[in-house]
Design a protein around this ligand. Structure first.
Ligand code: COA
Length: 260
């Protein structure tokens, strides 16, 4: 598929996905969602990729939400399809099986905040602004935001953001657990790459098993989760990477993981 609204670059086992509609503050139109779906499926199936980094083009926005010019035309039937389509793409990101880091470099509003929520690690620059302003348009978040935001930052804070539509800055976002860290605009991508390289240097079977256990948290009970955890732990124990990692520790050297 030829991409017109996103950029995909793969370098040193890291996939860089950039939403590329800066003149529209990277608003997610239907075509962009189709491209994101195709792109993340490609990343999922590409053995040469260990980690993905998602960001927005330009200086101003990560993603300023769903494209309001398309939203405006929806009726009840289309609305359901529209919401489910975004949910499907964001679920694909969350369940990718590989870590996805959101580099939030400006406005992360509506669907932009929801896309960030579907990523596994969120870092922001000092200019970033977060919000779920859908109520200002007479709708509610429809790409998983009511669920993911509430689970991540608790129902009181999520209610405040969703019901007032107010924006918060990156320091407040960090204080309430919406992002992990805040960096300057100049250093943020370097920090994301550093983190991606650190993850990429581990044994990828352990990384993927850990991510699977973490992501399952929202869908299953504590007992089921611990059962899954012990099964995934057992799978790790059967790998060559486990033998290598433990032996390297005992021999006081760096492990040489082969992802086997
Ligand atoms: N959908 C479609 N177009 C959007 C958009 C969106 N979600 N957000 C921004 N744009 C477009 C604007 O229409 C404008 O296009 P134009 O130059 O062709 O008129 C361009 O991006 C720049 O936006 P502008 O509003 O001029 O920038 P600003 O700096 O004055 O304001 C925001 C920035 C983010 C505060 C403002 O654009 C905004 O509120 N956007 C909508 C946010 C929103 O409600 N998102 C949730 C959607 S469900």
């Amino acid at each position: 598929m030829e991409y017109k609204n996103i950029l995909l670059v793969i370098k040193d086992k890291i996939a860089f996905v950039t939403i590329n509609r800066p003149d529209k503050l990277n608003a997610l139109n239907n075509a962009t969602l189709d491209e994101l779906k195709n792109c993340f499926n490609a990343i999922k199936n590409d053995n040469a990729v260990n980690v993905a980094i998602v960001t927005g083009a330009g200086e101003k926005a990560f993603i300023a939400g769903a494209d309001i010019s398309e939203l405006n035309k929806l009726n009840t039937v289309d609305g359901k399809i529209f919401s489910e389509k975004g949910q499907e793409v964001f679920n694909l990101i969350e369940k990718l099986g590989k870590p996805v880091i959101a580099v939030i470099n400006g406005f992360a509003l509506g669907g932009g905040c929801e896309l960030a929520l579907a990523c596994h690690i969120r870092i922001a620059n000092e200019k970033a602004k977060f919000g779920q302003p859908e109520v200002n348009l007479g709708i509610i978040p429809g790409y998983g935001g009511t669920q993911r935001l509430t689970r991540l930052i608790n129902s009181g804070r999520s209610s405040e953001m969703i019901l007032t539509g107010d924006l918060i800055d990156s320091h407040e976002a960090m204080r309430i657990g919406l992002v992990n860290k805040v960096f300057s605009s100049e250093e943020i991508m370097g920090k994301a790459i550093e983190m991606a390289e650190k993850i990429s240097a581990k044994g990828q079977i352990a990384i993927r098993m850990a991510l699977r256990a973490i992501v399952s948290c929202d869908d299953i009970s504590e007992t089921e989760g611990q059962n899954l955890e012990s099964s995934l732990f057992a799978i790790c124990c059967g790998t060559e990477d486990f033998k290598e990692g433990t032996l390297a520790f005992l021999e006081k050297r760096k492990p040489n993981f082969k992802n086997m």
